[in-house]
Ligand binder design. Structure first.
Ligand code: GLN
Length: 544
């Protein structure tokens, strides 16, 4: 296919309608028909990337192999498509302006007045077309963050308008996601908010080609006809998106509604090959028919907002299906855990995961949770900060190193078992300066982690500044905390485990970023397997 086709996904009426899931579902269906598809997200905020955003503001920061700190929707894209994303797949207004201003400083605009139109809009168009012109994709889906009518979305909408004109009819379309609310007092679904948001889009010169209507109730043919007539689209282009019990149902629901077929017809692409969703359906079947239920404690400090640990929660869904187990995740606020109450608060858990995080708040609670997992032989997975807390707990309790800590929490710790790498000591800018992206890790044969991956060399994604302090390596190893994964170039310890424990692993990297429906992550599969075994042993013991 020579001409790359563009699909723009915009949102109307309200935020949080799930544009990312609709974009990912459409991409999945197109991919399942054999089209090479990728998705990109344009975010209207001024942060250069979401790396500096508090998780409470914007949910988890997702990290790609090339070290981009991105919006969490990119996680959905990878989980659905099983195709890697990169820096090019997430662009923010801050990044656009940064790049235009840098060009201005270099004199690249040759004395011209630099303006939103054409300079900012040109930069946006270029960022959209980077993926299209790479030759790697037949279809590029671009999700525009925010809601149409927002002041900050305007340059994006204008760039989309221009691009649609440039690529010409049948090469670019707009899918508009809206809300069709149900007014219980009137007992009716209401179409007016959708009509208004389509009109707002029209004022910017863009006609919606397809409407995806989020709804809690079935949208009748009458309502579809009405929406079609007043919003200027064909009736078959009015797609119902009814609330689903799992996001993984959405591609199937969208296929039943014909979203992919209408999109292909509008793009003049063949719809003869039906989507092959066999593996996807097998996964859904296992996900919905678990043979057992287990409970894992997620010990974190951003637990009030589920989106803060999005990739971890999704990884449990993938690994749960692989084990035919339902993994109930109980979120536990680490700030509420004390030495006195921790045993009681973690009562009944079949496994313990200590989450990633930054800063001092809640870390003592995490350390108490590690101790319970270690002493009570409960399967344990520590991720990034969770691994660092495992090292601190072991140093304090087993080695008796009083005041052992990470220099992130205590700059003058008497035993800095976790500390800054030399190159990090010089860093003053906070954005994009951590150890980010994919790094190799060599696994030691005959260790638990090696048996989990069944590989000598792995590559995993990182996002942290602090590291296992090699000075303590020997002492910790002698006492029973074994470094079982090491970066081959730098010698940095990436994995630790306790051979005398049934299943205890801490990893400096983030396995959750690489778990997909097609490829559930081996560490999560292994962890859930161990959690199930522990659960069954406990049940048998209580019956005996
Ligand atoms: N705060 C720790 C560090 O920077 C851990 C980061 C994380 O958990 N992602 O090293």
């Amino acid at each position: 296919m020579s001409q790359t086709k563009y699909i723009f996904v915009t949102g109307g009426v309200t935020s949080s309608l799930g544009k990312g899931i609709i974009a990912a579902s459409l991409a999945k269906l197109l991919q399942a028909r054999g089209y090479r598809t990728t998705i990109q997200k344009l975010d209207p905020y001024i942060n250069v990337d979401p790396g500096t955003l508090n998780p409470y503001e914007h949910g988890e920061c997702y990290v790609t192999d090339d070290g981009a700190e991105t919006d969490l929707d990119l996680g959905h894209y990878e989980r659905f498509l099983n195709v890697q994303t990169s820096q090019a797949n997430n662009v923010t207004t801050g990044r656009i302006y940064q790049s235009v201003i840098e060009k201005e400083r270099r004199g690249e605009f040759l004395g011209k007045t630099v303006q939103v139109v054409p300079h900012i809009t040109n930069e946006i168009k270029e960022r959209i077309q980077i993926l299209g012109k790479s030759g790697d994709y037949d279809i590029v889906i671009t999700e525009i963050g925010g809601t149409v009518g927002d002041i900050e979305s305007l340059p994006y909408i204008e760039a989309v308008r221009q691009l649609l004109w440039e690529v010409g009819e049948n090469n670019g379309i707009v899918v508009h996601l809206t809300l069709v609310p149900f007014l219980s007092a009137a007992g009716e679904l209401k179409t007016k908010p959708t009509q208004h948001s389509v009109k707002t889009l029209m004022e910017s010169g863009i006609k919606a080609d397809i409407l995806v209507c989020r709804t809690e109730h079935h949208i009748s043919d009458d309502i579809k006809n009405k929406l079609a007539l007043f919003c200027n689209v064909k009736k078959e282009a009015v797609i119902q998106s009814i609330d689903a019990s799992t996001i993984y149902d959405v591609p199937i629901l969208m296929q039943e509604e014909g979203l992919d077929r209408v999109a292909l017809q509008r793009l003049n692409l063949s719809d003869h090959i039906e989507p092959n969703l066999e593996l996807w359906k097998q996964f859904l079947k296992k996900h919905k028919n678990p043979k057992h239920t287990v409970t894992v404690g997620l010990i974190g400090k951003y637990v009030e907002l589920q989106d803060s640990y999005k990739s971890i929660l999704e990884s449990f869904i993938h690994a749960g299906a692989a084990n035919e187990v339902k993994v109930k995740v109980r979120s536990i606020h680490s700030e509420h855990l004390t030495e006195q109450n921790v045993a009681e608060k973690l009562q009944g858990l079949d496994g313990i995961l200590v989450a990633p995080g930054f800063g001092e708040r809640g870390i003592e609670g995490k350390i108490h949770a590690v101790r319970i997992a270690r002493e009570k032989n409960i399967p344990f997975l520590g991720i990034c900060l969770g691994m660092q807390m495992a090292v601190i707990e072991f140093a304090r309790t087993v080695l008796g190193l009083e005041g052992a800590n990470s220099t992130e929490m205590d700059a003058n710790a008497p035993h800095p078992v976790i500390n800054l790498m030399e190159e990090q000591k010089k860093v003053t800018d906070m954005g994009g300066t951590m150890r980010l992206g994919a790094w190799d890790c060599e696994l030691t044969p005959n260790t638990l982690v090696h048996s989990v991956y069944q590989k000598d060399m792995i590559s995993e994604r990182h996002r942290h500044r602090f590291e296992f302090n090699g000075t303590y390596r020997e002492a910790l190893e002698k006492a029973g905390l074994v470094p079982s994964g090491v970066n081959p170039k730098t010698g940095l310890v990436e994995v630790v485990e306790i051979p005398s424990h049934p299943w205890f692993i801490g990893v400096q990297y983030h396995p959750e970023y690489k778990s997909t429906v097609a490829n559930p992550h081996p560490l999560f599969i292994g962890f859930v397997g161990a959690v199930l075994q522990h659960h069954q042993e406990q049940t048998n013991a209580s019956l005996a």
